[in-house]
Every structure is written in C-alpha cells, then in structure tokens.
Design a protein around this ligand. Structure first.
Ligand SMILES: *Cc1c(COP(=O)(O)O)cnc(C)c1O
Ligand SMILES: [Zn+2]
Length: 410
C-alpha cells in the first residue's frame, strides 16, 4: 500500500491515518446537519511512492487503494463491464460512446465499491458494526458487504425508499430503521446514532474512504479504455461523491505520472434536485428545497459533498446539466432498447444528460464519452413500469394470439 495522509479539503491541514476518522477536526466543528459537509478529508498519497509503485508494475489496488488488501472482504465488487454501445450512440448522434456498467455489482449499484472499502477499513480497525443513512442503494450495498464479511449493518433509510431496495437490505440481514422523513433526516439521525452508540459511520463523504471506494470505477474506466483518458465521463449526481471519486481517480493517475490530462466530468442532476448544478453555475450554494424526482438515488436537499463535487466539475473543465423526470424515463427506455441494459432512473439520467449536453454544444458529437451506469433497473420496478404498458392477457390459443398481435401497435 502506498503511504498516505488525510488532507482537509477546506483548510489543507494534514493528519496521520489513525489520527482522524471522519471530518477534519478543525473544520468539522462548523458542520451541523442541514448544510453540506465541511472539512471533508481526502487521501493524499506520498507522490514519490505513488510514482514508484505505479511504474514498477504494482497492481492498481496496491498503488491507489488506501487499505491493505489483506483486509479486503471476499466479495466480488467492481471489475464491471465496459462496453461500446454503437446503437445508442447512433440514436444520440455521437460517434464514440461507451458504458461502464456498474449495475452488475453484486447488490446492483456502484455503492458496493464504497461499502467494500469502508468494510475493509472496519476489519482493519477491528470494528464490528457499521451504520449508514441512504436513499436505498448505499444501504443495500452496505448490507450486502457486511453479510459477506460477517459484520452488523445498521441502516437509516427514508420509509419511502423503493421496496426492492428495502427487500435487499432486509434479506441481507441488516438492521433497518425506516425513518419517517427524508434522506436528509436519515443522514442527520445516523450521525447522532454513531456519535452516541458507537460503530463506524459509512455516510457518503463523511467517511473519507467512500470517495476512495467510488474512485475505483474511474481507475477501471482508464484501464478498460486501454490506458487512455476518455474526453467526457457522464455521472449522475446526488450527494456528489461518485463524481468526486471519479475525479480523484484521474488526479491520482496524474500524480502517478500515468496521464497528463483529466477527462471532463459531466454531472447530471434531476430538475428539482439541482443544488450542485446551481452551485456550479452561480458559485453560491443553496439547498434544493423540494428535491422530488423519479430518480430516488439522486434526490437530495442538501448534498453532503457539494464543495468537492463543484471542485471536480470546475477542475476538470466539465459541466453540469439538469434533466426532467420525463426525460429520465424516456432515456431509461432508450438505453434498454438500444443496449440491453436496464438501469434505474438515476443511472439512466446520464443518457438524458448527454443528450442535453450534445444539443447544448457542451459535448461534441465526435468526442469519446463514457456513461457511468450506476444502478440496476430492477431496483425500482414501479418507476420502470410507469414507462411501459402491460398488455391484457389473451386466451391460450393461436387465434387469439394472432388477433392480439394484429391489434398491437408496433
Ligand atoms: C448514489 C447514487 C448516485 C449518486 O451518487 P452521489 O455520490 O450521491 O452523487 C447515482 N446513481 C445511483 C444509482 C446511486 O445509487
Ligand atoms: Zn480543515
């Protein structure tokens, strides 16, 4: 493992690995629930050691991951498919389009990556209990990895989370506390819980290794793209941790001397859950007061990682766009029909976002773009059903089948 310190992304103070757990002790005191996190820590590797490791043929896990591999749970997270999608590219009118399909993680979302690394860190520290707040996917991911590693997961989730996600976390054996409130309420509650009852808190961005875990998707994109940097990576944005994880991946690759430029990051938010988009556009932060969207995984009033997400977009010369629920559901069908990939609405939002960026001239049709598909469509069956019509049953005879097929609009 490459030696590292934690560096505060706000004040720049550095801390030894075992000196801190969550936010910067100096800046974190200014944080209270209802505002974006202050003093989020980032892993800062020893540059020389990073270069040496990367150029001496060590694996990416050895070079870029800040937990020793001996603590990794035995669970097949990551190494998800990276594929060209020419039929979708044709539909969108662009020429070089790929998908990174993180829906094929064990629990069906990219969140497995963050949960995996936090569980590894808990194992290193000898902790047995991990708590988290989640819109649904982080919780089902944590429940899954904890089940594999034999740890206890305590989940705070809005009672309104899609039922398939609730089914997952319950089935994996987590202790699920449905909260009669929003995701933001669940976030605040879970912080109280670990402060008073102990255990590790896996909340997104609050635990610095969530960013490092999500980073692995970016490292894989680079390797699977034959060590080349795509022009644009399209990322759905809720709390803004995935997008800063992808940014961190390419910053680390640059620090290691493996690349020279960063990919532009295109962050996609839902129309009413747009706090980071407005922050990028205006430079002034304010909450999304009513973040209702069909894309539940990116519905958040106060994005915990707003500051780093904005930095990722600006530093990569990227952009943000917003898309409507109607565009998201249309994109979900388009993605499914042109690639065979069934994505949940938040993940399909990337397709709608790319469409918007192409028509706005933010992305050039000849650039190489990668859509980060973050979650599986079966995670929210109701949303998918709202975009299709289930036909009436036919009697079991061929005459009826012919009549049925003849009357069906094609
Ligand atoms: C969590 C999640 C996102 C958004 O990630 P953030 O780090 O909160 O920005 C997008 N898509 C899916 C499927 C998710 O589960
Ligand atoms: Zn600080």
């Amino acid at each position: 493992m490459t030696p590292f310190v934690y560096r505060c992304t706000l004040c720049g103070r550095t801390y030894a690995r075992d000196e801190v757990s969550y936010l910067c002790p100096a800046c974190g005191v200014e944080y209270h629930p209802g505002m974006p996190l202050r003093g989020v820590l980032e892993v800062a590797f020893d540059r020389e050691a990073l270069c040496r490791s990367a150029n001496e043929g060590a694996s990416d896990a050895e070079t870029f991951i800040p937990v020793e591999q001996e603590y990794f749970p035995v669970f097949p997270v990551g190494q998800t498919p990276f594929l060209a999608v020419p039929r979708l590219a044709h539909e969108l009118g662009c020429s070089h389009l790929h998908v990174k399909n993180d829906a094929s993680n064990p629990s069906g979302s990219l969140k497995d990556r963050a949960s995996f690394l936090v569980v590894a860190e808990a194992l290193r520290l000898g902790e047995r209990k991990i708590a988290a707040a989640s819109t649904g996917n982080a919780a089902s991911a944590l429940a899954a990895v904890c089940a594999a590693a034999g740890l206890d997961a305590i989940i705070f989730v809005p009672a309104s989370a899609p039922r398939p996600k609730l089914a997952q976390m319950l089935l994996y054996g987590a202790t699920v506390v449905p909260v009669d409130g929003t995701y933001d309420d669940a976030f605040a509650l879970s912080l109280r819980y670990t402060a008073e009852e102990g255990g590790v808190n896996r909340n997104t961005a609050y635990h610095p290794l969530t960013i490092e875990g999500k980073k692995t998707a970016g490292l894989e994109i680079f390797r699977q793209n034959r060590n080349a940097v795509p022009d644009v990576i399209v990322v759905p944005v809720g709390d803004g941790v995935i997008i800063s994880g992808i940014h961190k991946a390419f910053c680390d690759l640059r620090d290691a001397g493996l690349i020279e430029r960063l990919p532009r990051l295109l962050g996609v938010q839902a129309e009413r859950s747009d706090a980071i988009h407005r922050f990028v556009m205006t430079g002034t932060y304010s909450d999304a007061p009513n973040p209702i969207t069909v894309a539940d995984s990116i519905s958040v009033r106060t994005p915990s990682n707003a500051f780093l997400a904005r930095r990722a977009v600006v530093d990569s010369c990227g952009a943000t766009v917003t898309v409507s629920d109607e565009q998201i559901l249309t994109a979900q069908r388009l993605l499914a029909r042109s690639t065979g990939l069934f994505a949940e609405p938040a993940a399909a939002a990337t397709v709608a976002g790319l469409q918007t960026a192409l028509s706005a001239g933010i992305v050039d049709p000849h650039e190489m773009a990668v859509l980060l598909v973050t979650g599986h469509g079966l995670k929210d069956v109701d949303a998918a059903m709202s975009g299709v019509t289930v036909p009436h049953p036919v009697p079991p005879d061929m005459a009826s089948v012919r009549k049925f097929l003849g009357s069906r609009p094609r």
